[in-house]
Design a protein around this ligand. Structure first.
Ligand code: GDP
Length: 453
């Protein structure tokens, strides 16, 4: 395989920038652009060693740098790897990369280092995907779940189930193919016990994924309410800075503002909307239609009401529209005198919280209400967890094939018929871990990575 290189650090100025080179010729290529102070050559350096020296660009010493050498198979990719750390100015990083490419490396594609790690057996697909998830994780719980997957907790769970399925399959094959040998027939109760164990393990994974999805992917959240109830102020309180424009004039937030904020363990993808009111203004009406549409599509609705105003017609509309959904009634302006019929709102919504966006009060109550509403408060980040829809689909298909296998045992079908379904279940799990994934699936996964990972 060719030797490839890319910048492994972010595309912004930083303390250091790292150029990663991987492949048979990594040390040879690196030695053309990096000269150690002690005049030795990187080509002679064993793995896990570092040298301080200078980067040479176009024959000129251009920066102090550190080169770190890893030797196959003990590296991230499983190949020889050299990482050159230069000072993290964008220009010097790019020029060093160019010098490395001029010295014979090819530019690495998106996710190519991790793809090589997968192809060289350093990690399975679930671990490779968790690398990308860890990089993208915005919440603490998502980061923890991704790190657990990277450590192999999901792979271990899947392999446990696979082992049982493959053992059963081998036994059934042997019994069918070698009827004359003295192979003991599988006890039906034993067979069912093992299949049910597999089904329960996969059910646990599917359930945990569904419970934890809000934590991993974040929750599409919409803030709705009449003008001036404090939607923008709530958004700002959540975001922690002035994103929406807050004014006294009704109808200033005409369109939908988007931002992602952390609320406890959750990440909310927030949409602030135009205030709900009757208006002759065409642009404003478009905004109001969008607000209703956003409300219908959202996974979580924060329906905002004004503590200091009686319930109005559009409040009623909101109560009717939002109360059937995953909604929290957020009663704002509790620092003012009460005029709102709060009982009516408490009756209509599963959760009601009282806040004062102006005084920054009530965030903890809101956090608790949202976590309870979405059922994530008991989500166990240390449990093995499927990371995405691809993995979930494989797991679901495997489960369905196991259920069919159980049904066919109960119907008294022959071992070779039963075995077909058992094998299909195993194939789905092999595809999940990547042992039997098609090239297209693998390419598709790594194409979503960033260059340099
Ligand atoms: P929106 O139209 O629903 O987005 O409402 P804004 O967030 O723009 O707020 C409208 C007005 O209410 C502004 O003058 C805010 O300063 C004020 N406001 C927002 N939250 C509170 C609160 O908790 N208490 C009081 N007294 N005023 C608030």
């Amino acid at each position: 395989m060719s030797t490839v290189a890319a910048v492994a650090t972010g595309n912004a100025p930083g303390g250091i920038g790292v150029i990663r080179i991987s492949g048979d010729k990594a040390a040879e290529i690196a030695s053309k652009v990096f000269s150690p102070m002690d005049k030795t050559s990187l080509c002679d350096l064993p793995g896990y060693r570092a040298k301080f020296g200078n980067v040479i660009i176009n024959g000129e010493e251009s920066d102090n740098a550190v080169a770190l050498v890893f030797r196959a198979p003990k590296s991230y990719t499983g190949e020889d790897v050299v990482e050159i750390s230069v000072h993290g100015g964008l220009l010097i990083v790019q020029k060093t990369l160019q010098a490395v490419l001029d010295a014979g490396a090819k530019p690495a594609g998106a996710g190519e280092f991790t793809k090589r790690a997968f192809l060289n057996g350093k990690m399975d697909l679930t671990q490779a995907e968790s690398v990308a998830d860890l990089i993208c994780a915005q919440g603490e719980a998502a980061a923890k779940a991704s790190f657990n997957a990277l450590q192999g907790s999901l792979s271990k769970k899947i392999k446990g189930v696979l082992e049982v399925l493959l053992d059963l399959s081998a036994l059934m094959c042997a019994w069918v193919d070698y009827p004359d040998e003295e192979i003991p027939e599988l006890e039906e109760t034993e067979l069912l016990k093992k299949l049910n164990f597999c089904k329960d393990e996969l059910d646990g994974l599917l359930e945990n994924y569904d419970n934890g999805q809000a934590i991993i992917d974040g929750v599409d959240t919409v803030i709705v309410g009449m003008p001036n109830v404090g939607k923008s102020s709530l958004m700002n309180m959540l975001v922690g800075r002035d994103k929406s424009i807050v004014t006294h004039i009704e109808g200033t937030t005409r369109d939908i503002v988007e931002d992602s904020v952390r609320l406890g363990d959750l990440v909310l993808h927030l949409r602030d909307t135009a205030g709900l009111r009757d208006s002759d203004d065409l642009v404003e009406n478009i905004g109001i239609d969008k607000a209703y549409k956003a409300l219908d599509e959202a996974q979580l609705v924060l329906a905002v009401f004004d503590y200091a105003k009686p319930i109005r017609e559009k409040d009623e509309d909101l109560i009717n529209r939002a109360s059937g959904k995953n909604s929290v009634a957020v009663i704002n302006k509790v620092d003012l005198e009460k005029r709102l019929d709060t009982e009516k709102i408490e009756d209509a919504f599963a959760k009601t919280v009282y806040i004062s966006a102006k005084n920054n009060e009530g965030l903890n109550e809101l956090e608790k209400a949202v976590e309870e509403l979405l059922g994530v408060e008991n989500f166990d980040t240390s449990a093995p967890m499927l990371a995405n829809m691809r993995q979930r689909q494989n797991c679901q298909n495997a489960r369905e094939n196991i259920v069919s296998t159980i049904d066919s045992v109960n119907m008294g079908m022959t071992y070779d018929a039963i075995n077909v379904m058992c094998d299909c279940a195993a194939d789905e799990l092999l595809s999940l871990t990547g042992e039997k994934a098609t090239e297209q699936v693998v390419n598709n996964i790594f194409s979503k990575f960033c260059v340099g990972k």
